[in-house]
Design a protein around this ligand. Structure first.
Ligand code: 5GP
Ligand code: ZN
Length: 114
């Protein structure tokens, strides 16, 4: 999608720190990190929100979960632990309408989230 920040990061129109990519998704560091490790995993396909993940996206959903694991391994946060966040729509705090998984680690996460 032409006016989408994450599509522009994907096409390298906007610079980022992409450190992992495969046929279905990319992963890069968040520009405004909320923890020492704050990664965004973004599918290559422009899916707007979590609500758009239907039956036809089962393979993508499973793949994103697998990549969370890979990212946690690369960033060395598997053992201490980490948090996975997907914000959906305004009440969920979503700012960029291209589906993405936040992976946060490197510090203790409190609960409940803000
Ligand atoms: P959301 O609130 O939609 O779940 O999260 C969007 C995230 O994208 C935010 O954490 C924000 O810091 C990040 N972000 C927005 N624009 C850019 C950008 O141009 N580059 C990078 N690396 N992250 C961005
Ligand atoms: Zn997009």
């Amino acid at each position: 999608m032409s006016n989408c920040i994450f599509c522009k990061i994907m096409s390298k129109e906007i610079p980022s720190t992409i450190f992992y990519e495969d046929e279905l998704c990319i992963a890069f560091d968040d520009i405004n990190p909320q923890a020492p490790v704050h990664v965004l995993i973004v599918p290559r396909e422009h899916v707007a929100t979590f609500n758009d993940l239907g039956e036809d996206k089962k393979e993508l959903i499973a793949h994103l979960c697998m990549v969370v694991n890979k990212v946690a391994e690369i960033k060395k946060i598997q053992d201490p632990g980490y948090r996975i966040v997907i914000n959906c729509n305004p009440a969920g705090g979503q700012m960029v309408y291209h589906l993405h998984v936040h992976v946060l680690g490197g510090r203790h996460m409190s609960w409940p989230p803000g």
